[in-house]
Design a protein. Structure first.
Lengths: 136, 136
DNA sequence: CAATTTGTACATTGTATGTATACAAATAAC
DNA sequence: GTTATTTGTATACATACAATGTACAAATTG
């Protein structure tokens, strides 16, 4: 077990086994956040599928599927015996309707948490926080 | 076919059959948005499961499952022969960690659309738009 | 070249999704 | 008040998806 990458993935990678979102997609979503936000930089090495699987309590093939998905998005280079290496990745061409679809997803996410009782105040607080983080 | 409710549900209820999100959950998410935002108000009647199923091109049982889910969240009253009626609904007690989980979901959504090429500018624009809408 | 460490391929199993069909309840028609 | 019709419900089924088990193949190390 190599401490080098553990320290990088551990903090954010929490799997919710009771969620309806499949585990491999939770892994993808978490790692993609770190990749987009720069917490994982080109050249960094991710844990091996077996290591991360053990850590998360899932089968290594489940992790492998997540890694493959990220590789297909251009984020990772997968090689035997070397693990997964983060790549330099150019932003793809923006799809038409992307903004409209984002708006809809955002609305639905907000509706969901409002329905769960989260206050409008807390929601705007988080929205503003993320807006600020983006403009840095 | 009653024109009364069709005009209310049509505009926003678009199903993407190619999406990985199951149809019944797309229906739930769309309707929940309308409920939270007040586009559907207490006393309003939704289309029958067969009507909406026909309109969306899915089996009526799929719509029924969506309605049942919303009913279990306290939004709808389902009665035979009357269709689904929107209820008055008190906001439930906020769960601990709700804000943290919202923050994570929001980050992941943003990371996803950034990875798809949506510009930071467009994202902040949408975030600010939703923030403004909430404070009204 | 042998041993080990890694990702891959494929078969198997359980769960989720969507549909078909029969049913039950409520209302309307007569 | 009985019958027909319109609705949601229940159950069974087919298919697709998710997660795992196991065997394998490639790359590195000694």
């Amino acid at each position: 077990m190599n401490a080098e990458h553990k320290s990088e993935t551990d903090p954010t990678l929490k799997i919710d086994h009771s969620s309806t979102v499949p585990v491999y997609r939770q892994v993808v979503d978490n790692l993609r956040s770190m990749l987009v936000e720069g917490a994982l930089k080109p050249g960094d090495t991710l844990p091996t599928v077996r290591e991360l699987g053990l850590e998360l309590g899932v089968h290594f093939n489940t992790v492998a599927e997540a890694y493959r998905l990220l590789a297909s998005e251009g984020w990772l280079d997968l090689r035997r015996r070397r693990g997964a290496v983060v790549l330099e990745r150019a932003a793809p061409r923006q799809q038409p309707e992307a903004e409209a679809r984002f708006n809809r997803s955002l609305r639905q996410l907000i509706a969901q948490v409002r329905a769960e009782g989260l206050s409008v105040r807390a929601i705007t607080h988080e929205l503003e926080r993320l807006t600020r983080e983006l403009s840095i």
